[in-house]
Ligand binder design. Structure first.
Ligand SMILES: *Cc1c(COP(=O)(O)O)cnc(C)c1O
Length: 219
């Protein structure tokens, strides 16, 4: 099943950029995650610091580690030096704290700025209008490297609207792009195809890989 999915995902987007798949592993057991890695998953992304910590030593195959969930500043210390890419830098105090902690640890952390492209109250992220300012202020921090942008599209079945938002994100990505930019992280199980078509090159899939999540069994 994972092999089929991996085969079905386009290798490149219309801009000729390689498309990378991150498995969103929230609520999955280490056994499930390790099975997915054996089947070809190279990158995994956690939402919860506690789960990340609990599972860290149980994951086999040395995948690239992403953090994709909302991050509280007082939990940063558990992640620094262990995460290859932070997708969800969604506010300046978080960027500042992550830079400070990274500096203390002697590392540079790779991050994406999260943009609330649908302007949704329920979602974090910088507004489209604040993105330029957020980029400049974050860029000035010593121990972070901005590798691009991340967005979550609204839940909607209106593909036209979603595609327009995804293209707007690609436009923002290109307008801010500098020599460090590499990733536009956009696309989940329900919308990844249209996101890739609009120019995403990093997709985060949970359900498409593992099936429906069981929130009752999880923690
Ligand atoms: C859970 C999650 C995903 C994956 O969602 P699916 O719809 O299951 O593919 C992607 N990104 C983030 C930030 C998530 O929390």
């Amino acid at each position: 099943m994972i092999e089929k999915l991996l085969e079905s995902i386009p290798k490149t987007n219309p801009f000729g950029e390689k498309v990378t798949l991150v498995a969103a592993v929230k609520l999955q057991t280490p056994e499930n995650i390790n099975r997915a890695i054996k089947a070809g998953i190279t990158d995994i992304g956690d939402n919860h610091v506690q789960e990340f910590k609990d599972k860290f030593d149980l994951i086999e195959g040395n995948p690239r580690r992403h953090f994709i969930g909302h991050l509280q500043t007082n939990k940063i210390k558990y992640l620094v030096g262990k995460v290859d890419l932070y997708h969800s830098v969604d506010r300046l105090p978080l960027a500042e704290a992550l830079s400070a902690r990274s500096e203390m640890a002697g590392v540079t952390s790779d991050i994406l700025l999260q943009i609330n492209i649908g302007d949704e109250e329920t979602k974090g992220g910088f507004s489209y209008g604040d993105a330029g300012d957020a980029y400049r202020r974050t860029k000035a921090l010593p121990a972070l490297r901005i590798k691009g942008l991340m967005a979550m599209l609204p839940l909607s079945s209106d593909e036209e609207t979603l595609s327009a938002l995804a293209r707007k994100m690609r436009g923002l990505y290109e307008s801010l792009m500098d020599e460090n930019f590499e990733y536009l992280s956009m696309g989940m199980s329900g919308d990844y195809e249209l996101c890739i078509n609009a120019g995403s090159n990093l997709i985060r899939l949970g359900t498409a890989i593992f099936g429906e999540r069981n929130y009752e069994k999880g923690k």
